[in-house]
Design a protein around this ligand. Structure first.
Ligand code: DC
Length: 229
């Protein structure tokens, strides 16, 4: 079973995906963390800048299957780069600004998708990302698209980052969320968009418990439907 959860940054998809994985006792694949690990490798190899080196990064990963690996512990995804755990290094702003070069690279995207598909052959999974329901698993019947107003998403990020929900720093955060939305939605390859058959949930005015109730309700409905064999 493959459950796809797509949506913009801060829409709540990673929280929902983790809870869903626990509830259903399946694995959670954080596809963004895989893109981020490619980015970290590129930054380490090319003086902090992945731009223009995307094909070299893809080639290094393709030629060395151990360079980037993924393990699971208690339903948590652990990212490894050169046999070193890097999960905690992936969410810094410097790296977030670089990840677009990897996300824009067809060769890198193919490699990320191959890793995701390989894990999904062995395990039931819930995967969050931008193109999971549209490109990576277009045939799965379990597809969700989570969304929320940009201001709400910026406030959620501010809480995660422990910064005030107003003022200069917050305005910067809101600006970067809007920029990332535009970048993810406007790019030519695998843009963020709602799959025709996805369940669209606007989480702006919902608590996480309410979002989970909506998602689990649809999950049960889809499971019962004759689309699933
Ligand atoms: O979900 P995240 O913020 O960790 O994702 C990091 C970046 O990776 C995001 O800006 C877009 C890209 N990404 C993508 O293009 N496709 C995915 N399936 C997941 C992430």
């Amino acid at each position: 079973m493959i459950i796809a959860i797509d949506g913009p940054a801060g829409s709540g998809k990673s929280t929902v995906a983790k809870l869903l994985a626990q509830e259903l006792n399946i694995e959670y694949i954080d596809s963004g963390a895989i893109y981020r690990t490619f980015t970290l490798y590129g930054m380490q190899s090319f003086e902090g800048n992945c731009a223009g080196h995307e094909d070299q990064i893809a080639e290094a990963v393709a030629n060395n299957p151990d360079l980037i690996s993924i393990t699971y512990e208690n339903h948590s995804q652990i990212m490894w780069l050169n046999r070193k755990q890097v999960s905690k290094e992936l969410r810094v702003l410097k790296l977030t600004k670089q990840v677009k070069f990897i996300a824009d690279s067809p060769r890198c995207r193919e490699l990320v998708n191959a890793k995701i598909r390989k894990i999904s052959q062995s395990y039931s999974v819930v995967i969050d990302g931008r193109d999971i329901g549209t490109i990576v698993f277009p045939n799965t019947p379990y597809k969700f698209y989570l969304d929320a107003k940009p201001l709400v998403r910026a406030k959620r990020r501010a809480i995660d980052l422990n910064i005030p929900q107003e003022g200069e720093e917050f305005e910067e955060l809101l600006k970067s969320i809007n920029q990332r939305d535009r970048y993810d939605m406007d790019r030519e390859i695998a843009p963020l968009k709602i799959a025709d058959d996805a369940v669209h949930v606007d989480t702006s005015d919902l608590s996480i418990e309410q979002v989970m109730a909506v998602i689990l309700g649809h999950f049960e409905r889809i499971k019962q439907s004759d689309k699933v064999f």
